[in-house]
Design a protein around this ligand. Structure first.
Ligand code: HEC
Ligand code: HEC
Length: 651
C-alpha cells in the first residue's frame, strides 16, 4: 500500500468515525424530537391534570400549541427555538421546590428535561390536530361517500352500506333478519307505541309481496293520530311539557300541548319545529318561558338561563347547565357563553353572576357557536329570538340534524350513535353513519318520518335484538338493536289493548281554566277530533305511570331509565290503577268467551303476545282459568301475562 493510498484510507476512516460519533451525540441531545412520541407522554403523565380541561393553573393551558404560546399569568410559556428564554423550560429545571413543575409528584427525569428543551430548541412543533382540551365535535355538516352495496346485502339501504365495513372490521357475525311477527311488533311499538292487533299481524304475515316491510312502515307512519300520540311522550319529556303540577297553579308555566300535538300530527319539518320553539309562535311560548320557581332562586335558574340551558341540551346535545355558575368543568363552554345565550331571552340585559355572585360585567349577546353568526345587541327581545332561531336552523349548523338523528337512533336501538345522547361532542361509534343520517335528513326537508323509515328498513334495525350491555362496559360494538323495556305509556297502552278498553276522558282533562291552562284533550281534539277515551300520553301523571318511569317534567329528560325498579314491581303487584284495569279487562273477556275457555286463552295470547299458547302454557293457564271461567281466574291470567318479559320487552 502506497503512502498516498494509506493516507486516503485514513481520511475515510476518520470521516466515518467522526460522523458516527456525531450521530451518537445527536441521538443524545439534538436528534429530532417528535411531539407525539416524545412530548405528549410527558405532558399527559405530568402536566395536564393541572393545565387542561377547566384546570388552568397559573392561567396556563397546555391543551394546544396556540394555548401554550398564549401562555399564562407570566406571559408566553415558550419561545420557539430558545429553551433558555422559555418559562416552561425554566420551571421544569428549577432547583427551587416552590417553582419547579410539576408542582407536586415526581420531578421530571434529566432525560425528560433534555427532551423538552430540545423540543423547544427545535421550534416546539405540535401538530395542529392534537389537542388535550375537551372533545369538540365539528359543527359543519359532512357528507360521507357511500360505499357501494355489497352483493350479499338483501336490502340496499345506505345505513347498511355504511355499516358493512364496520361490521366486518368488528367481526360481527352475519345474521338472519327477525321474523315478520317480530318485525311488526317492533315497528308498531317503536313508531306509534302500540301493539299490533292480531288482525294486523295476520294480514302482514300473509302478505307475500316483497316490499311488504316497506309498506308496513309507511302505513304505520301514516297513522297520524297514533304517531302523534306516541311521540308526544318523547317530546313532553324533552320540552318539559306537562298537564298539571309545579308552576301551573300560579301561572309560572305554560303548556304547549296543542302546538306540540299539531306539530307531530302534521309532521312539521324539524327545522321549522325548532324555529317555532326558539322564536315562539302562538301556542309554543311555554318552552322558552320555562318555569318561574317560587321563592328566591339561584341566578342560574332564572327563566332566560333555563331557556338557554334547555335549547342547548335538547337541540344541540350540549350541557350548558354546568356553565351557568362557573366555566364548565365538563366541556369547553364558558360562563360568559351561557350568559350571552341567556341574554337573548332576557327582558333586561343580564349581569354575569359567578356562582350567584354578581361580577359587575354586563353580558353580551351571542349564540354558543358564534361562528354561525351574530345576535344584534340593539335588537328587541323578539328580534333577538328570531335571530337565534335563524342561527339554530342555518344549514351550516350540522349539529342540529346530528343531534336529532342520534336521538331517533337511540329511541329505536336503545343506544345512540353518540353516547351520552346529550353530549354530542363525544366520538360516535360510526362517524359516517351519524353524518350521513344528518345530511340525509336535511336533504329530505327535515322530515323526521323519512329518517325513521330509512332506519326501520335497514338490515341493521331488522337484526335480532341484543341484550342490554353492562352499564360499566366502556367499549361498545354495534351488533343490533338492544332489547328495550316498554315505556310507561307503551305499557299502559299495551295493557289497554289487551283488556280491550282505554281510560275514558276525565272531566279535568277537558276543562280549560281561566288562564287557558289544562284542557289538553280539548287542545288535541282541535287538531284531530274528539275522543271518548285516551292513550297514556294524554293522561295525568299517576302512581302507575310514575312508577314505570314517567318523569315529573320539571327538568329536561331526553331518555328514560330502562332498568326495572323496586317501585315498579310494587306498583305492578299492588297498585290500584293496574288492578282496576285488569278488573275491567277480566269482565270484558269473560263476557266474550264465558262459554269457551280454550278460545279465551288463545285469543288472549294473540292479543297480548301475537301468538297462540304452547301446550304447556295452555295447561298452566287452565290452572288459573277453571271451567267454567271465573272473573278472578281471568284476572289472574291477565295479570300473569302482563308481567311476562315477552310482553313487557321490545325485542
Ligand atoms: C399539581 C398541579 C400542577 C402540575 C402537575 C403542573 N403544574 Fe404547572 N403550575 C401549577 C400551578 C399551581 C401554577 C401557578 C403557580 C406557579 O406559577 O407556581 C403553575 C404554573 C406553571 C407555569 C407558569 C405559568 C405562568 O404563566 O405563570 C408553567 C410554565 C407551568 N406551570 C408548567 C408546567 C409543566 C410544563 C408541567 C408538567 C411538566 C406542569 N406545569 C405541571 C400546578 C401544576
Ligand atoms: C348553581 C350553581 C352551580 C351549577 C349549576 C354548577 N356548579 Fe359547579 N360549583 C359551584 C360552586 C359555587 C362551586 C365552588 C367553587 C367555585 O367557587 O368555583 C363549584 C365547583 C365545582 C367544581 C370544583 C372546582 C375545583 O376547582 O375543584 C367542579 C368540578 C364543578 N363545580 C363541576 C360542576 C359540574 C360538572 C356542573 C354541572 C353538572 C356544575 N358544576 C354546575 C356552583 C355550581
Amino acid at each position: 500500500m502506497t503512502d498516498i493510498m494509506r493516507s486516503r484510507l485514513w481520511s475515510i476512516v476518520t470521516y466515518l468515525l467522526c460522523s458516527s460519533l456525531l450521530d451518537h451525540a445527536r441521538a443524545g441531545e439534538n436528534s429530532a424530537v417528535d411531539f407525539v412520541r416524545d412530548v405528549q407522554p410527558i405532558f399527559q403523565a405530568s402536566c395536564l391534570k393541572c393545565h387542561s380541561r377547566g384546570k388552568y393553573q397559573g392561567g396556563l393551558s397546555l391543551e394546544s400549541r396556540t394555548s401554550l404560546f398564549a401562555g399564562g399569568e407570566s406571559g408566553a410559556a415558550v419561545v420557539a427555538g430558545n429553551s433558555g428564554a422559555s418559562l416552561l423550560a425554566v420551571r421544569i429545571s428549577s432547583d427551587n421546590p416552590d417553582l419547579v413543575m410539576p408542582q407536586s409528584g415526581d420531578r421530571l427525569s434529566p432525560e425528560q428535561i433534555t427532551l423538552l428543551r430540545a423540543w423547544i430548541d427545535q421550534g416546539a412543533q405540535w401538530p395542529e390536530e392534537i389537542s388535550f382540551g375537551f372533545p369538540t365535535a365539528p359543527l359543519e355538516p359532512r357528507r360521507p361517500e357511500l360505499p357501494p352495496p355489497t352483493a350479499d346485502q338483501q336490502v340496499d339501504n345506505p345505513i347498511d352500506r355504511i355499516l358493512a365495513p364496520y361490521l366486518s372490521a368488528h367481526e360481527v357475525p352475519t345474521q338472519e333478519l327477525v321474523s315478520d311477527r317480530m318485525f311488526a311488533r317492533r315497528i308498531y311499538l317503536d313508531l306509534v307505541g302500540l301493539l299490533p292487533t292480531p288482525e294486523q299481524l295476520v294480514a302482514f304475515e300473509q302478505d307475500i309481496q316483497l316490499d311488504k316491510r316497506a309498506r308496513l312502515v309507511d302505513a304505520v307512519l301514516n297513522d297520524r293520530r297514533a304517531y302523534a300520540e306516541h311521540w308526544l311522550t318523547f317530546w313532553n319529556d324533552a320540552l318539559r311539557n306537562d298537564y298539571r303540577g309545579t308552576g301551573f297553579i300560579d301561572n309560572g308555566r305554560t303548556a304547549i300541548t296543542g302546538w306540540l300535538y299539531r306539530a307531530l300530527y302534521e309532521n312539521k319539518p324539524y327545522n321549522q319545529f325548532v324555529h317555532e320553539l326558539v322564536s315562539p309562535v302562538a301556542g309554543s311560548e311555554g318552552f322558552t318561558k320555562g318555569i318561574v320557581w317560587r321563592g328566591v332562586v339561584n341566578a342560574s335558574q332564572n327563566p332566560s338561563m333555563q331557556a338557554a340551558q334547555s335549547i342547548s341540551q335538547v337541540f344541540l346535545g350540549v350541557n350548558l347547565k354546568c356553565a351557568s355558575c362557573h366555566d364548565s368543568f365538563v366541556s369547553y363552554l364558558k360562563l360568559d357563553s351561557a350568559y350571552a345565550l341567556a341574554n337573548v331571552f332576557a327582558d333586561q340585559p343580564l349581569e354575569i353572576h359567578r356562582c350567584d355572585k354578581p361580577t359587575g360585567k354586563q353580558s353580551p349577546f351571542a349564540f354558543i357557536y358564534p361562528q354561525l353568526g351574530p345576535i344584534n345587541a340593539t335588537s328587541t327581545k323578539h328580534e333577538r329570538m328570531q335571530q337565534l332561531a335563524d342561527l339554530m336552523v342555518k344549514p351550516e349548523n350540522g349539529r342540529l340534524a346530528r343531534t336529532i338523528v342520534n336521538r331517533l337512533w337511540a329511541q329505536l336501538f336503545g343506544r345512540g350513535i353518540v353516547e351520552p345522547v346529550d353530549n354530542m361532542d363525544q366520538t360516535p361509534w360510526n362517524t359516517d353513519l351519524l353524518d350521513w343520517l344528518a345530511v340525509d335528513l336535511a336533504d329530505h326537508g327535515f322530515d323526521l318520518k323519512h329518517t325513521l323509515k330509512v332506519i326501520c328498513l335497514s338490515r341493521a334495525y331488522q337484526l335480532p335484538a341484543v341484550g342490554t350491555p353492562q352499564p360499566s362496559a366502556n367499549t361498545y360494538t354495534f351488533g343490533g338493536p338492544q332489547t328495550k323495556r316498554m315505556s310507561a305509556e307503551q305499557y299502559i297502552d299495551a295493557v289497554s289493548s289487551v283488556i280491550g278498553t282505554r281510560p275514558t276522558v276525565a272531566p279535568e282533562m277537558l276543562k280549560v281554566d281561566a288562564r287557558g291552562q289544562g284542557g289538553q284533550i280539548a287542545a288535541v281534539a282541535e287538531v284531530d277530533g274528539e275522543r271518548n277515551d285516551v292513550r297514556a300520553a294524554l293522561m295525568f301523571d299517576d302512581p302507575l305511570n310514575r312508577a314505570l318511569g314517567r318523569p315529573n317534567r320539571e327538568q329536561v329528560v331526553t331518555r328514560r331509565e330502562s332498568a326495572a325498579t323496586m317501585l315498579q314491581v310494587l306498583e305492578l303487584t299492588n297498585g290500584t290503577t293496574l288492578d282496576g284495569m285488569l278488573d275491567r279487562g277480566a269482565e270484558r273477556w269473560l263476557e266474550r268467551h264465558r262459554a269457551d275457555r280454550k278460545m279465551l286463552v288463545e285469543q288472549l295470547y294473540l292479543a297480548a303476545l301475537g301468538r297462540v299458547p304452547r301446550a304447556e302454557e295452555t295447561a298452566a293457564c287452565y290452572e288459573l282459568v277453571v271451567e267454567p271461567p271465573t272473573k278472578e281466574g281471568v284476572k289472574d291470567l291477565l295479570w300473569a301475562i302482563c308481567m311476562l318479559p315477552e310482553f313487557q320487552l321490545i325485542h
